[in-house]
Ligand binder design. Structure first.
Ligand code: ZN
Length: 287
């Protein structure tokens, strides 16, 4: 090819879209990325200090749940919206950092895990660009998942985050949130050491616990969910809150059926997860 000729079109030659920089971010001082695989920095003013100097030992994964990436970045990086995340992973795999890891980003909202309820102070928040359940909920592209894995692995190594503390927003806020949702390939992440996973027990016919049941079995279920980390009332009554937690559990660990019914498959998957936690990993949430 003579010098100066334009490169032939190839799969990777598509010009990348330039990221839109929200107005407030454009005048904010930038910072050095915490991860070497960050491709852009768009600073968000929406952050504070971690309470009592709590160091992050948890990663919370989200989807943006908005029709386009421009709107999502504008929301996460504009003053006044009161939301942000440390990182945003685009569909093409590019990673944008918005808040320094040392700071407390505002991504989890009202939430709890393993007895802690200031999840923003103890976690790194990663927003994954996906329109979400309200806008058609597309599959997550492989390139994007590969980028999420690489980013998480780096954070886990640097911050000593154990695999079982890589969670979804729906795990820590089951009554309010569905993200990153049942299409999120947690099993692929686990194959790369990111997140805790066991092969879900198959869905079979049989007895199950469901809304309205009051029994010792319901209490045992609630205790098991709490031991894993979920914020669930220990009442022995299968109430709406319990059903929401069971649905969140299914969304993450047994996505074949999301019905909030604790069937045999749900219960044995939960037991297998508890049995495969590292000894020090058991959440002490039961009160
Ligand atoms: Zn979220």
């Amino acid at each position: 090819m003579p010098p100066g000729s334009p490169a032939p079109p190839g799969p990777d030659s598509k010009r990348q879209r330039v990221l839109p920089v929200p107005k407030t971010a454009a005048i904010m001082r930038t910072f050095d990325p915490d991860s070497s695989i960050v491709s852009d920095i768009i600073p968000s003013p929406n952050h504070g200090d971690r309470n009592k100097g709590r160091q992050p030992d948890m990663i919370v994964l989200h989807y943006t749940g908005m029709p386009d990436v421009e709107g999502a970045l504008a929301r996460l990086c504009s003053a006044g919206t009161e939301v942000s995340a440390h990182y945003v992973v685009l569909e093409d795999g590019r990673i944008v950092q918005c808040v320094q890891e040392a700071k407390r980003a505002w991504h989890a909202g009202m939430s709890s895990w393993a007895g802690e309820d200031d999840i923003n102070s103890c976690s790194i928040g990663i927003e994954i660009v996906n329109r979400g359940h309200d806008w058609g909920y597309p599959e997550f592209p492989l390139r994007q998942i590969a980028a999420v894995i690489a980013l998480c692995r780096g954070i886990m190594l640097r911050r000593k985050v154990p695999a079982h503390r890589v969670l979804g927003h729906s795990d820590v806020a089951p009554a309010r949130k569905k993200d990153p949702g049942e299409k999120f390939p947690w099993h692929s992440l686990a194959n790369s050491g990111v997140g805790h996973w066991v092969t879900p027990a198959p869905v079979v016919r049989g007895e199950s616990l469901m809304l309205g049941t009051i029994s010792d079995e319901v209490l045992s279920l609630q205790q098991a969910l709490a031991r894993y980390g979920y914020g669930v009332p220990l009442t022995g009554k299968y109430d709406a809150a319990t059903m929401e937690v069971v649905t969140a559990f299914q969304r993450h660990f047994r996505p074949a059926r999301l019905d909030g019914v604790a069937d045999h498959s749900t219960l044995s998957t939960l037991q297998a997860l508890l049995a495969s936690l590292p000894p020090e990993g058991t959440a002490v949430a039961a009160k």
